[in-house]
Design a protein around this ligand. Structure first.
Ligand SMILES: [Zn+2]
Length: 324
């Protein structure tokens, strides 16, 4: 627990088994009502850490609302159980419905079927079925109040502007407090690690959207950047230029892999890309990490397709990629 400013706290929530290690949950204390930003997995270690810190800060749950930067279960998982029915759970109108999809078996069946077309084996998607926290630690009894870009929330003396930043998820949303120069950047901007950008059914070119969303926040006057993971903080403009450079390099590397090895599937292409995860080789990647890595490779392939540089063809139910 860390006090960042008068009435602004950072709570630290452990994410057991996730390479992200912890979630930063932020709390803005107001006279009337307070706002909690992001919550943690629907799992015991998250619940205990959250309960302990809210109690230590004397937070009255009957006067607490929640804002979720996006639908991922490490952010949304605990939300419905932390506040009574009278408490609002805010999330963008685009990501709100996606939370219920995370506990809908049909949606997962569709997603895993799509991953089979990208070169995953049936054993792998079967193995993911009960181990993917995106599926198992998502909220139960989901309810929400939708927000759109430009909406404003007021807590204490703080007016918070909603800035829609699609990319990491279809409806990722940052919160901006212009008076203090606070930007709650969720997983849109992180330090130390690069936000995972993967393919989404509802967002045809996720990486293209992400790069556009970086431009959206670059213009904001930010004094305190508040990312959702890890303790590091730093300069917004500098970090955005690093993130853009990172993706430019990844795009170039994906393009050259496709150029040199025509007709590979996305799994095989991902296996040839560089990954920062500490692992002997692609075969020994933990299944969940492999799932994220292939999702990320797909977002780069989709962007290259949108740019007209590559195309794919389905051969015997598997998508194979080639340069134009
Ligand atoms: Zn996320």
């Amino acid at each position: 627990m860390e006090q960042l400013a008068n009435n602004l706290w950072r709570l630290e929530i452990p994410l057991v088994g996730s390479p992200l290690k912890t979630l930063n949950s932020y709390l803005i204390l107001g006279q009337e009502r307070s706002l909690l930003i992001d919550t943690g997995f629907r799992q015991r270690p998250c619940r205990e850490a959250m309960e302990e810190q809210l109690t230590a800060l004397g937070v009255d749950r009957n006067r607490l609302d929640i804002f979720l930067t996006h639908l991922h279960s490490d952010h949304a998982g605990l939300a419905p159980e932390l506040v009574p029915e009278s408490g609002k759970i805010y999330i963008s109108h685009t990501d709100g419905p996606g939370v219920s999809e995370a506990v809908d078996d049909d949606c997962w069946r569709r997603l895993y079927a799509a991953y089979l077309r990208e070169g995953f084996s049936k054993e792998e998607t079967d193995g993911l079925w009960n181990s993917n926290p995106a599926q198992t630690a998502a909220p139960k009894n989901w309810r929400y109040t939708p927000l759109k870009d430009g909406d404003v929330l007021t807590y204490g003396s703080h007016t918070l502007q909603c800035v829609l930043t699609p990319g990491h998820t279809p409806g990722h949303m940052c919160l901006y407090e212009p008076k203090e120069g606070w930007l709650f950047s969720g997983d849109h901007i992180l330090f130390h690690i690069t936000p995972n950008i993967c393919r989404w059914e509802r967002l045809p070119d996720a990486l293209g959207s992400y790069l556009e969303s970086l431009e959206r926040v670059e213009k904001l006057r930010v004094k305190l950047l508040l990312p959702a993971h890890r303790g590091e903080r730093g300069d917004l403009v500098q970090r955005i230029s690093e993130l853009k450079e990172h993706h430019a390099k990844r795009l170039a590397s994906a393009l050259s892999i496709v150029q040199q090895n025509p007709d590979l599937n996305a799994c095989e292409i991902a296996g040839l890309m560089q990954w920062s995860i500490r692992c002997r080789d692609w075969e020994s990647f933990p299944l969940t990490q492999k799932f994220f890595a292939v999702g990320e490779a797909l977002s780069h392939l989709d962007h290259l397709e949108a740019e007209g540089k590559i195309f794919h063809e389905e051969v015997c139910s598997i998508n194979r990629y080639r340069t134009v």
